[in-house]
Design a protein around this ligand. Structure first.
Ligand SMILES: [Zn+2]
Length: 318
């Protein structure tokens, strides 16, 4: 007998790891979340072979959602190659046998941490966010019962005051990631720690966005075509990070979210944060495929259009 014989075979796991009863519970919570956009629905978060805080909420939503015919993409901070993304993807592959992909356009379900792909998603795609802190009011109120009541009564005065104080203190809104927004004109929600750059992509998006927080045991959703308005004042409208003048040193792209590198005294260097987009642009340039390059450049134009749409909305005090 060898040690390997003593290790249970992975086939002993249920399809998509979770038992059917657990998946049904997550699906029921998800359906309720879709019915009440932006509302945080409690669910019985299960143990997974991954530590809480490493994407277990998103993973439970993904595992409950996927089935034969799906193709899964997992990204971590814009990259498919992050350790966390690789491990989650491997778990999906091993327990479902489903294909996974790096290409945004080939995925039916995209699980993500901290980014929305640059490539605009279609109505037949679903994006699942890993959420560390689902409660947008936590930074102004520590008591869970109090924040639940504030949501129930749509009493968001203190959220507005906090935003106002931020402007008085710093002369600008300093919130960089996880910027709070009003969903469907009713609930303030946290879009998970995505950069401000990505928030306008959610406004009246054609696809379903699901948010899972494993440690905090909450699921919430933004259904297709739902309004997502970042909190802002008429004279301090919402603005995304400026990527003006930044060119990706690898693929030559502009107008997408860039990572910045500084080495010693040298000039600042930039690379696309979305590696799938960067790879596609790099390959298209290498192959001299001008049609594909134009297609990818149009992606940056589409992203800029989402920014303009939401910034106009915000400047109008809506
Ligand atoms: Zn690039």
């Amino acid at each position: 007998m060898s040690l390997a014989d003593l290790v249970p075979k992975e086939a002993a796991y249920n399809y998509a790891f979770l038992d059917e009863q657990s998946k049904r519970e997550v699906r029921r919570a998800t359906l309720k979340a879709v019915a009440i956009p932006g509302y945080q629905v409690p669910f019985g978060s299960r143990e997974l072979p991954i530590a809480r805080g490493w994407g277990t909420g998103g993973l439970q939503v993904t595992m409950s959602l996927i089935g034969p015919g799906d193709t899964v993409k997992v990204i971590d901070q814009g990259t498919d190659a992050g350790v966390n993304a690789l491990n989650l993807r491997r778990l999906v592959e091993r327990t479902t046998g489903l294909p996974t992909t790096d290409r945004t356009e080939d995925a039916s379900v995209i699980q993500t941490r901290h980014r929305i792909p640059e490539q605009p998603l279609r109505a037949d795609q679903v994006i699942v966010f890993q959420v560390p802190l689902p409660e947008p009011l936590r930074f102004i109120e520590r008591d869970e019962a109090a924040t639940r009541r504030m949501h129930a009564e749509a009493d968001y005065a203190r959220a507005w005051v906090a935003l106002y104080e931020d402007i008085v203190h710093s002369g600008t809104i300093t919130r960089a990631a996880g910027y709070p927004a009003l969903v469907n004109g009713r609930h303030i929600f946290s879009p998970s720690p995505i950069p401000r750059w990505d928030l306008p992509k959610l406004h009246r998006a054609p696809y379903l966005s699901l948010f899972g927080a494993g440690r905090e045991k909450r699921v919430y959703a933004v259904p297709p075509w739902t309004s997502v308005e970042p909190l802002a004042f008429e004279d301090y409208p919402f603005a995304v990070e400026s990527m003006a003048g930044r060119v990706c040193e690898r693929c030559g792209a502009t107008g997408v979210y860039m990572d910045e590198f500084i080495e010693g005294e040298g000039p600042r260097r930039y690379r696309c944060n979305d590696t799938a987009y960067c790879d596609a642009m790099f390959d298209a340039n290498e192959a001299g495929d001008t049609g594909r390059v134009a297609q990818l450049e149009a992606v940056a134009v589409a992203v800029a259009a989402t920014h303009r749409r939401v910034q106009t909305l915000s400047a109008a005090g809506k």
